[in-house]
Design a protein around this ligand. Structure first.
Ligand code: CO
Length: 191
């Protein structure tokens, strides 16, 4: 504060982040530190295994507020390798209530069974972390808020990233989607 006495007065006056981060609740993947942005620059939603569930009012409310009020330009879905939620979903045993949330990950497994089949456990784990990001990007793009924003001509990009907690490398999964047309090209027509 000594270096920047105006920091808090400035911060308190406006909330106009350009980014919405949807990430895992894991304590090792804090949004601001990973993308090196100060307070005020990124709106954040986190849950176990960075899942965007079609009927999750918490996540949907965050999306609506971010898109319609804050008018963010970028939505980043960021997964991470070594995700405990993904690992738990792969295990053949109960973990309690959380297994109901993790059913969404087992759905991703089922949807991509052909890609995951026959892989070694480690490779399967990493690939499932990646496939989950792609699936959640698709879910973000399929929300009424994102569709309406695109239809209204808003500049809104949805990105899929994955973070490696072993080396700190953040990778863009080449999944930037900026329109409904791109969504169809990438994921097919069944959106
Ligand atoms: Co995680």
């Amino acid at each position: 504060m000594k270096n920047d006495p105006e920091f808090f007065p400035r911060l308190s006056k406006q909330h106009a982040p350009e980014y919405l981060w949807i990430g895992c609740a894991d304590s090792r993947v804090p949004a601001n530190q990973i993308i090196n942005l100060p307070p005020g620059e990124v709106f954040v939603h986190r849950n176990i295994a960075n899942v965007v569930v079609h009927t999750d009012l918490n996540c949907l409310s965050v999306l609506q507020y971010a898109i319609e009020i804050l008018k963010v330009k970028h939505i980043i879905v960021c997964g991470h390798y070594g995700c405990g939620g993904i690992k738990a979903a792969m295990e053949n045993r109960q973990h309690g209530l959380i297994d109901n949330w993790l059913r969404h990950i087992t759905d991703v497994c089922r949807l991509h069974a052909d890609k995951l089949e026959g892989l070694e456990e480690d490779k399967k784990y990493d690939l499932l972390c990646e496939l989950n990001v792609m699936e959640q990007v698709r879910n973000v793009c399929s929300t009424t808020m994102v569709k309406n924003a695109w239809q209204a001509g808003a500049e809104l990009s949805v990105h899929g990233w994955i973070y490696n907690i072993k080396n700190g490398i953040l990778r863009d999964m080449d999944s930037c989607i900026t329109s409904e047309k791109q969504l169809e090209e990438k994921y097919g027509n069944s959106v």
